[in-house]
Design a protein around this ligand. Structure first.
Ligand code: FAD
Length: 296
């Protein structure tokens, strides 16, 4: 099997930027993505802090440009979900659902995964009806939607969905963890009902196919019947394809110039598309330098 000089895992902003810069520098990289390219950015209703776009643009539109940009230099995407990566004799053995790959270096741009609705009881038959991202509801209209959360993502989801739906934003406290700008926009929006001090404890199916959101509100019982529920209650690094050994070894592999985490996977609270893209470019440039030094 051919050993690729570089494999990029994930085609969100970090992976697309890395693939673009690698291709631009003449390095052929295998860009592996399990879903549609664009990653979490596909959920963003309106991006107004990506340098170069003073009027803002939607997340999906920015993704289209990023993808076109990477492809314009010859980056090619392979659709596959990576299930495991093993480091053997200075080569990474990458196992995908469709096929296997070998690579000398990896840009790990697999982003984050949504936290589950901790403390909320969800009957098994409802699992598939509960969302943690907005992509599946993008075309929804005329629905009653509950968004649970108090951060940037919860407010962005509420504002985007309110263009064609009635949204109730359920928050545990009166405080917010989002930009004041988003809070003000949501507060002024007649299609968003913000309910503070709601503790969501249980979801129950309703005959229409939606959900009954049950819990407490200021100590009393609370119940809200909706067509769809989105939990936006935090995200953790997506490292599912790494063995525990590889995960613990990341700092060593990074220092030896073989594995480069890029984007949200290692950016803590600084999870922004522009930072992720910059990370991808940096990883690609470091790889280029190392390959030149090694005469590869
Ligand atoms: C609602 C919302 C609004 C936002 N608004 C803004 C904004 O206005 N401005 C801004 O700068 N940022 C915004 N962001 C944040 C921005 O979307 C992220 O910072 C950015 O997408 C992170 O890029 P990334 O490439 O690191 O990870 P991701 O975008 O998460 O991409 C990771 C990719 O890796 C893939 N992947 C993971 N595991 C595997 C595997 N095992 N095999 C194959 N593929 C895999 C995933 O499918 C995904 O496509 C917003 C986010 C949300 C949720």
């Amino acid at each position: 099997m051919k050993v690729e000089p570089v494999a990029v895992i994930g085609a969100g902003p970090a992976g697309l930027a890395a693939a673009m810069q690698l291709a631009r520098m003449g390095i052929s990289a295998r860009l592996l993505e399990r879903a549609d390219p664009g990653g979490l950015l596909l959920n963003a209703h309106w991006v107004e802090n990506y340098p170069g776009f003073p009027d803002g643009l939607s997340g999906p539109d920015l993704v289209r440009l990023m993808r076109r940009h990477a492809e314009s230099f010859g980056a090619v995407l392979t659709k596959d979900e990576i299930v495991s990566i093993v480091d053997e004799d200075k080569v990474f053995r990458i196992k995908g659902r469709a096929r296997n790959y070998l690579a000398r270096r990896i840009v790990l741009a697999s982003g984050t995964k949504a936290r589950g609705p901790a403390g909320c009881e969800i009957p098994p038959e409802m699992e598939g009806r509960i969302h943690t991202e907005v992509v599946a509801l993008r075309e929804a209209s005329g629905l009653r939607i509950a968004v649970v959360g108090a951060g940037d993502a919860a407010f962005d989801y509420a504002i985007g969905l309110s263009e064609r739906n009635d949204v109730t934003l359920l928050k545990r406290s009166a405080g917010v963890r989002c930009l004041s700008l988003l809070r003000e926009r949501a507060a002024k929006n007649a299609c968003i009902d913000i309910r503070n001090h709601v503790n969501v404890l249980r979801l129950a199916p309703v005959p229409s196919g939606g959900a009954s959101v049950c819990g407490t509100w200021k100590g009393s019982d609370f119940r809200l019947d909706v067509d769809a529920v989105i939990f936006a209650v935090g995200r953790d690094p997506e490292t599912g394809c790494l063995s525990r050994e590889l995960l613990e070894n990341i700092p060593v592999l990074r220092a030896s110039g073989r594995l480069f985490p890029a984007g949200d996977i290692h950016n803590g609270l600084c999870r922004q598309a522009s930072i992720a893209a910059g990370d991808g470019i940096r990883a690609a440039m470091e790889i280029h330098r190392l390959m030149k030094e090694a005469g590869e």
